[in-house]
Design a protein around this ligand. Structure first.
Ligand SMILES: *Cc1c(COP(=O)(O)O)cnc(C)c1O
Length: 394
């Protein structure tokens, strides 16, 4: 998990290069898989043609997610565009074209193309383009930092779900889908919430005939302690968006997985019922092969179980941070740690980032939130280095 600069000084990549890296830089298993694939096929048009890595990846993702169909793009924002388009188009094919609005969570982040911005609630990314964006409906975030004093994260999540219910009750005839980041709102500053919200949201979506789009672009592939975050709410979404960690941080790839019933609504001789979203590099063979190597590592190294032990160890070590007088809301979900720094100055995040580099740490706070999202190869010495360095920085 080390990066080396011009002078040969090393830096611990404690944010997994914007949350994409899972098994370190220059991982030998992924390197070998890609070079091996390079000798066979780099890419082929995925219309009327197919190839082994994309078939194998689709089958393996289907088994793991219980969602049997995959549509591939190259980045997270495009995966979100695809899920939004497919949800709307599904309802249109079902004779309900008026279901065309989307509900998303306050402080949610789903990428920065125009469609994705319509469900993204981060002002610095969307305000400038607001004349171009048809903004959807927003509901309160279950992020437990907003709970009342003494209210448990679970009670708060359920209270927020009541607000979702009120909104769906009124607007459901015009709503195609609810989109959310399961368990952790990354760009909001690692806002974490109780899985009871997911279970409740699934129930409500079923009751009111609204799709549930799980944007697991950041939280998928083990980040929250299970392979997919939705597992912790025991729910199956209608659409699952994956990217970032899917190739271990090697190559751009994203996937939208969906339920059988959604696939069937498009399976028709008429072109107008078909889902047209042409993407030149869809199902790129090198990227799919990297993704297969990532799944191999999950299996051969029992990564989910090992991460649980690592997270416990890290929580022990991070107790000094949690107890620090400047720190509020110390929190952890799986392999994500975050805390807010009290009374931080407006230029805190930039200053902290630069000071961290001096100490050999690559960290990029979001506002006054410092977070760790390390590659899963982090070892005990690196945990010590990270915690000690952060303490000194504070
Ligand atoms: C990063 C991210 C995206 C966008 O992915 P890009 O590949 O950067 O377009 C969408 N949703 C979530 C939750 C993300 O964290």
């Amino acid at each position: 998990m080390w990066l080396y600069d011009f002078e040969g000084k090393r830096h611990l990549d404690a944010i997994s290069s914007w949350w994409v890296n899972l098994f370190g830089h220059c991982n030998p298993v992924i390197n070998t898989a890609i070079t091996d694939q390079l000798e066979k096929l780099e890419h082929v048009i995925l219309a009327g043609c197919t190839h082994e890595p994309v078939v194998e990846l689709s089958e393996r993702l289907a088994r793991l997610s219980k969602l049997g169909h995959a549509f591939y793009a190259s980045d997270g924002a495009s995966a979100v565009e695809i899920a939004l388009k497919m949800s709307f188009h599904y309802w249109k094919n079902m004779g309900k074209p008026e279901k065309k609005h989307f509900v998303s969570l306050e402080n949610g982040y789903h990428g920065e193309t125009l469609g994705a911005l319509s469900v993204t609630d981060v002002a610095i990314f969307s305000d400038t383009y607001s004349p171009l964006i048809s903004k959807g409906l927003r509901i309160d975030t279950p992020d437990w930092r907003h709970a009342e004093q003494g209210e448990s994260p679970c009670d708060f999540a359920l209270r927020c779900a009541e607000k979702l219910e009120n909104l769906l009750e009124i607007h459901h005839p015009n709503i195609a889908a609810l989109i959310l980041e399961p368990l952790v709102q990354g760009a909001a500053g690692m806002g974490m919430y109780h899985p009871a919200y997911l279970a409740k949201a699934r129930q409500l979506c079923d009751r009111y005939g609204v799709h549930l789009i799980a944007d697991e672009i950041a939280v998928g592939f083990g980040r929250t302690g299970t392979l997919f975050a939705c597992e912790q709410g025991s729910i199956l979404p209608d659409f699952l968006c994956l990217s970032k960690g899917i190739t271990g941080g090697y190559l751009p790839l994203s996937a939208v997985l969906c339920r059988q019933a959604i696939f069937e609504a498009f399976y028709d001789d008429s072109l107008s019922r078909a889902f047209l979203h042409s993407h030149s590099y869809t199902g790129n063979a090198l990227a799919c092969r990297a993704a297969l190597a990532v799944l191999d590592i999950f299996e051969s190294d029992d990564v989910i179980a090992k991460n649980r032990e690592k997270a416990n160890l890290m929580n022990e070590k991070a107790k000094v941070l949690a107890a620090h007088p400047k720190i509020e809301h110390f929190r952890n979900t799986g392999m994500i740690w975050a805390f807010d720094v009290a009374d931080a100055s407006p230029d805190f995040s930039g200053r902290f980032h630069l000071a961290a580099l001096e100490k050999g740490l690559l960290l990029r706070p979001i506002g006054n939130t410092v977070y760790f999202m390390p590659p899963y190869v982090i070892g005990e010495d690196e945990m010590d280095f990270l915690v000690q360095g952060t303490l000194e920085l504070l």
